[in-house]
Design a protein around this ligand. Structure first.
Ligand code: GAR
Length: 192
């Protein structure tokens, strides 16, 4: 399983995946490239650090979607790295037909809530403001509905009375850093 990680920001989940790989904990999966849609995003720094290519192809004029011809160029760029599986780790752009048909059933996404609750932007803030006592994170297959594909696995985080939004978010991120490498390892073993 040759993975391209797609991200837009900090890259802490990409880092967790690459650290799991270094520790021999990623099963039969191997990260071959990082793709980012935001110039200068921190996730790009992981490329040189882990010795893999980190690419930032032009995403086109919109913030949250690709024009179809631009998305087709991303497919070509991803294919050129040899990747056959995509992991969306903080990729803040909706993907559509060109990527979905090029990687059918081979794209997974991480979301910081227990889906189907709180899809879309700021899942942690949405859950916090709603006042839930339990939230967490979800890894799911990507289809053409936002945060709507089949759930693969979830991790639960409790909101304690002593939590602030920051500590609550920190617990969810810590859960994400364990869940995503675990799911990749398990999926890679099914393929072997
Ligand atoms: C993560 O919390 C991830 O769940 C979220 O973005 C963050 C990326 O952090 N993704 C979404 O909200 C997607 N809808 P990172 O860049 O440090 O990995």
């Amino acid at each position: 399983m040759k993975i391209a990680i797609l991200g837009s920001g900090r890259g802490s989940n990409a880092e967790a995946i690459l650290e799991a790989q270094q520790a021999g904990q990623l099963g039969n999966a191997r990260v071959v490239a990082i793709f980012c849609d935001i110039p200068g995003a921190r996730i790009l720094e992981l490329g040189p650090r882990f010795g893999i290519s980190a690419l930032q192809p032009d995403p086109g004029p919109f913030k949250t979607k690709f024009p179809p011809e631009v998305e087709t160029r991303w497919v070509e760029a991803i294919h050129a790295t040899g990747a056959d599986f995509l992991v969306l780790a903080g990729f803040m752009r909706v993907i559509k037909k060109p990527l979905l048909t090029a990687f059918t059933n081979r794209i997974i996404n991480l979301h910081p809530s227990l889906l189907p609750s709180f899809p879309g932007l700021d899942g942690i803030g949405q859950a916090w403001r709603y006042g839930v006592k339990v939230s967490g994170c979800t890894v799911h297959y990507v289809n053409d509905t936002v945060d709507g594909g089949a759930i693969i696995d979830q991790a639960v985080v409790r909101r304690e009375d002593t939590d602030t939004l920051e500590t609550f978010a920190g617990k969810i991120h810590a859960a994400e850093h364990k869940l995503l490498p675990k799911v990749i390892r398990q999926l890679s073993k099914k393929e072997a």
